[in-house]
Design a protein around this ligand. Structure first.
Ligand code: PNS
Length: 163
């Protein structure tokens, strides 16, 4: 059986924590689509195209991983792709309530067609979030422990242009 899953998220920008989830999920499924939500309501640092391109570069050695983007509801996107599993990372108990709500909403809305699989984040990345990466970088702090080197460069360039 060809088991596929979607890993949806904002990925603004992708962190080492996201990459850890991608690598582990890619071993569990035959095919993994990492998909960036095009959320116009969210004020993002990177455009959807830039986020997709970062993810593509970071996953170029993972042959069963593809990167895409989507608009609207995850269940509609999953239906279009004929995929029935969403993957999400859980860092701490603080993520749980939010993630539980999304997972249950998606299962209800899709009439059981979209289920969610949670991967607990590796301990060394438990503290990481895209928001903290942006906050550290905004004050020119060191983000080399949080994102791959090429992403750190891109984030710092963004803030140089903003400031
Ligand atoms: O990286 P994020 O921002 O925590 O990811 C959240 C995401 C993209 C998984 C979630 O917001 C989502 O799936 N949005 C699409 C809209 C949707 O399907 N909403 C219904 C579930 S509440």
């Amino acid at each position: 059986m060809n088991k596929a899953a979607i890993y949806p998220g904002s990925f603004d920008p992708m962190t080492l924590g996201h990459l850890d989830v991608i690598k582990r999920a890619s071993k569990m499924f035959d095919r993994l689509i990492v998909s960036v939500l095009n959320n116009k309501a969210k004020n993002s640092l990177f455009s959807v195209e830039e986020r997709v391109s970062i993810l593509r570069e970071a996953t170029r050695d993972l042959p069963n991983v593809t990167v895409d983007s989507f608009n609207g509801l995850l269940i509609d996107y999953a239906r279009e792709k004929d995929i029935h599993i969403s993957v999400r990372g859980l860092r701490a108990i603080t993520d749980f309530e939010y993630e539980l709500q999304i997972a249950q909403t998606n299962r209800k809305l899709s009439q059981g067609m979209l289920d969610t699989v949670f991967l607990t984040t590796s301990l060394e990345y438990a503290y990481l979030s895209s928001s903290s990466v942006k906050e550290i970088a905004a004050f020119n702090g060191d983000i080399s422990q949080c994102v791959p080197d090429f992403v750190a460069k891109l984030v710092h360039e963004k803030f140089k242009n903003i400031n």
